[in-house]
Design a protein around this ligand. Structure first.
Ligand SMILES: Nc1ncnc2c1ncn2[C@@H]1O[C@H](COP(=O)(O)OP(=O)(O)OP(=O)(O)O)[C@@H](O)[C@H]1O
Length: 245
């Protein structure tokens, strides 16, 4: 896939005890890239490196054409949604979302309107004064999505944010994400989504990167990668049989 990279890992190396990682990967502006691979492959670490929660031993992390390798997480032009613990438990839903645009929680009238619109967009119009502990997992993840979209950063990192939800709810959440993203088609948000569900990748991703043992073993168009035909190691992971050419 050609185009301007929104995020590049340029020979990024990181060694933890027992695992060596080395990433070379471009995420193209406006694409939805799914990251799949076995447990321990380095998928979350890849996102941590992009977000600045991990610092490479060598190599560069470039976001929007700027070297961000040593830039603090808060200064990076991206949002990240994790599987859980995205919200501050002592703040109500309104404040949790408002943090996306007003880190000191000094909220103008315009901000207030935008927060309420974001909550409405994720179907949580009546939830502004609720605390996260009183909500379901799916509702909490919708709050996190509302905040991510309100922040309006060009890059959205998803670390299995819907993994703890049932299949129908997960599908619904991904559909909502797709809709929210389509609403700003003139400023496409690049998405990097770690998932253990190839079906989710098949439905939403433009491309898939397959990681194993800390390296990107295969990357390419979703259908080609998920067919298992491009790399037998992907086929083994997916449990698919590769037919003879
Ligand atoms: N902060 C850390 N300190 C030491 N080792 C780490 C750290 N973070 C990750 N690792 C190790 O790096 C390797 C990759 O971990 P990572 O969480 O990125 O894998 P993953 O592909 O996301 O796995 P899973 O699908 O199980 O979430 C693992 O061996 C893990 O133990």
């Amino acid at each position: 896939m050609s185009g301007v990279p929104a995020l590049s890992f340029e020979d990024v190396r990181l060694a933890y005890e027992g695992s060596d990682m080395r990433f070379d990967l471009d995420v193209i502006e406006g694409e939805w890239l799914a990251v799949i691979g076995p447990s321990g492959a380095g998928k979350s670490t890849l996102l941590d490196l992009a977000a600045g929660f991990a610092t490479p031993d060598s190599g560069r992390v470039v976001i929007g054409g700027r070297d961000m390798t040593r830039v603090a997480p808060a200064e990076r032009p991206l949002s990240i949604v994790f599987q859980e613990n995205n919200l501050f438990p002592h703040l109500d839903v309104f404040r949790n979302v408002a943090l996306g645009i007003a880190p000191n929680l000094r909220v103008s009238k315009g901000d207030r309107r935008r927060v309420m619109e974001a909550l409405e967009a994720v179907g949580l119009a009546g939830f502004a004064t609720r605390r996260p502990a009183t909500m379901s997992g799916g509702e909490r993840q919708r709050v996190a999505l509302a905040r991510a979209f309100l922040r309006d950063r060009p890059l959205l990192l998803l670390d299995e944010p819907f993994a703890a939800l049932g299949p129908a709810l997960r599908k619904g959440m991904l559909g909502m994400l797709k809709t929210l993203r389509a609403e700003r088609a003139q400023r496409p948000m690049s998405v990097v989504m770690v998932t253990h569900h190839p079906d989710d990748a098949a439905e939403h991703a433009d491309r898939v990167a397959f990681l194993d043992h800390g390296v990107v073993l295969a990357v390419g168009p979703t259908r080609a990668i998920l067919s298992g035909q491009t790399d037998p190691r992907v086929a083994r992971y997916l449990g698919t049989k590769v037919s003879d050419p």
